[in-house]
Design a protein around this ligand. Structure first.
Ligand SMILES: Cc1cc2nc3c(=O)[nH]c(=O)nc-3n(C[C@H](O)[C@H](O)[C@H](O)COP(=O)(O)O)c2cc1C
Length: 340
């Protein structure tokens, strides 16, 4: 299914640009557009730019979760964030009362009207009917899973491949069944083997892969391809914010940690002040994502990395700058350049 071994991960919130996806394709690998957080119209515009490029590519969407969250816990967290609002001189938004689907239906309609070679999903699964319709249009349906149980559910829903995401991954956990579960301690190779027990679908390994040896190890462990995000955050073509680039390259934050502080859903980022001070943030995605949005924006505008979600996987210290083609050459083992 994958004619290349490296997938440039979708990275919503700015890092993924059409230029990054095109550069991945031109370097012989596969890139994904990040549909998350965008309007359907903005995604349509990016799709048009990709269609003109002639390279194969994928689109990634966030699946809305209909389960209710504990509103009292989210309101309590909003109270705790008042001092952050004062620090950055912003007003905390009111909590939304309407469910936020991230324009799921409009974005799926787009994929039905303008079929793409690959569609991947995070935070849930398309329905069996939606998956069937995508498959009938020639679109590979790739589900992100974090456990063998999720892999079984994805296979049952009609996925044609699975992204097996380890908890070392930068950005959000794609987990969709048990949002409070602590991640297992098994390394990525063991997680791949455990998922292989429940599904024969092609597997894409993700999470903490940072160099050519890591890509090779994932392929040796039975993955058809490796999906990397953090490794491309410093790429010339990425839209990563200046404050995020500087933090990744600067060495001020030696560790990553998992947190719900920024969005109400577990994610891994550089362990900065905001992450460390709000370790008790409740389960409350996407309301908490919207709640902290002005804080993150104000901190970024002020060049303060301590108030920004600095998503990064555990392998971030090996992340290098340069063109996407150069980074791909290093990850393919065909270039031995320095790691920073
Ligand atoms: C900044 C950032 C944004 C991300 N956004 C998305 C996204 O929109 N959709 C998605 O499926 N995964 C997203 N991810 C997770 C990646 O798909 C992938 O699982 C992860 O980057 C792999 O771990 P690594 O960062 O250690 O390579 C994001 C990761 C990062 C670092």
């Amino acid at each position: 299914m994958f004619s290349s071994s490296i997938i440039v991960a979708p990275m919503a919130g700015g890092p993924s640009t059409p230029e990054l996806v095109v550069a991945a394709g031109q370097a012989g690998q596969l890139g994904f557009l990040a549909g998350g957080y965008k309007t359907a119209e903005a995604l349509a515009g990016q799709l048009d730019r990709l269609a003109d490029s002639g390279v194969p590519f994928g689109v990634n969407l966030f699946v809305p979760d209909p389960r209710p969250v504990d509103q009292q816990a989210v309101r309590g967290y909003r109270e705790k964030l008042r001092h952050e609002a004062a620090r950055y001189g912003i007003r905390l938004p009111e909590l939304a009362t309407e469910p936020d689907t991230d324009a799921w239906s409009a974005k799926m309609d787009l994929l039905f009207q303008q079929p793409v070679p690959f569609a991947s999903f995070a935070f849930g699964l398309p329905s069996a009917a939606e998956a069937r319709r995508l498959r009938s249009l020639g679109t590979e349906v790739i589900a992100s899973v974090t456990t063998p149980v999720e892999a079984g559910a994805a296979a049952a829903a009609g996925a044609t491949a699975l992204i097996v995401q380890h908890a070392n991954a930068g950005g959000h956990s794609a987990a969709f069944l048990d949002l409070d579960a602590k991640p297992g301690k098994a390394p990525l190779g063991e997680l791949l083997a455990a998922v292989r027990q429940v599904s024969k679908l092609p597997l894409v390994a993700a999470g903490g892969i940072a160099d050519a040896a890591g890509v090779a190890a994932a392929l040796d462990a039975g993955a058809s391809a490796a999906q990397l995000g953090t490794a491309f955050l410093l790429a010339d073509e990425a839209g990563t914010r200046a404050v995020h680039r500087a933090a990744l390259a600067g060495g001020e934050y030696p560790e990553t940690a998992r947190t719900r502080a920024f969005s109400g859903r577990w994610a891994r980022g550089l362990a900065n002040r905001f992450l460390l001070e709000h370790r008790d943030a409740p389960n409350g995605y996407p309301q908490i994502h919207h709640l902290t949005s002005p804080i993150r924006a104000a901190a970024a505008a002020a060049g303060d990395p301590d108030g920004v979600n600095l998503w990064a996987g555990t392998g971030f210290a090996k992340t290098s700058s340069g063109s996407t083609a150069e980074i791909i050459a290093r990850l393919s083992g065909s270039s031995g350049g320095p790691s920073r």
